[in-house]
Design a protein around this ligand. Structure first.
Ligand code: GRF
Length: 206
């Protein structure tokens, strides 16, 4: 049984999908806490309904630079966390936390990495850029997290066609459906110790 921390900045629909899937798909995991850089995101409401502790932790709450990552690491240790799941979390994960949890932090990105990513590419901005570029395919990427935005080893990708009359909102909605389906698949595989990382490559064991 793995202990999961979910980091979320916004509404928390991926968190809700993960909580549903843990029961439905018998994922050997429990979401132990939800962390946000925002004081009251929608994700906290979803967590509270499920009886999961929530923590608002922002860099601005700490005067010393080292205190913020230390606080996050302490929270993770208090909850015996084995896996950190970023679900719509907009802040960069401090390198100290990445170093303390190597290969144990994952993120979902609403496009096909290595494109349409990096600082500033979040929410509808991603889908606006996808449509403006004229690409015919976008999709979802789940990847491990390193100390940069969106550059860690890719675990799973699924494509979503871009339609000629798409708006960013319509495209986002179709991409989100895929997010809700594939993030639980990846979390299940991790929790069953079926993901093997070799350099940049992530291999799935059956
Ligand atoms: C999702 O599109 C996710 O890919 C991105 O932020 C959005 C979060 O949505 N990183 P939600 O808060 O899970 O509803």
């Amino acid at each position: 049984m793995k202990h999961i921390a979910v980091f979320a900045s916004g509404r928390g629909s991926n968190l809700a999908a993960i909580l549903t899937a843990i029961i439905r798909d018998r994922i050997p995991a429990k979401v132990e806490c939800v962390i946000s850089d925002q004081p009251s995101p929608g994700a906290f409401d979803i967590a509270r309904q499920a009886g999961i502790p929530t923590y608002w932790a922002a860099r601005s709450q700490f005067s010393a630079a080292e205190a913020y990552p230390r606080h996050l690491i302490q929270l993770m240790q208090n909850h015996h966390i084995d896996l950190i799941v970023l679900a719509g979390y907009l802040k960069l994960i401090p390198r100290q936390l990445v170093a303390a949890y190597p290969g144990m932090i994952m993120n979902i990105h609403p496009a096909l990495l290595p494109n349409f990513c990096g600082k500033g590419y979040y929410g509808l901005k991603v889908h606006e850029a996808v449509i403006a570029s004229g690409v015919k395919m976008t999709g979802v990427t789940v990847h491990f997290v390193d100390e940069h935005y969106d550059t860690g080893p890719i675990i799973l990708q699924e494509t979503v066609p871009v339609l000629s009359d798409d708006t960013p909102e319509r495209l986002a909605a179709r991409v989100l459906e895929v997010e809700h389906r594939i993030y639980p698949l990846v979390i299940k595989a991790f929790c069953e110790d079926r993901l093997v990382v070799e350099g940049r490559k992530v291999n799935w064991k059956s």
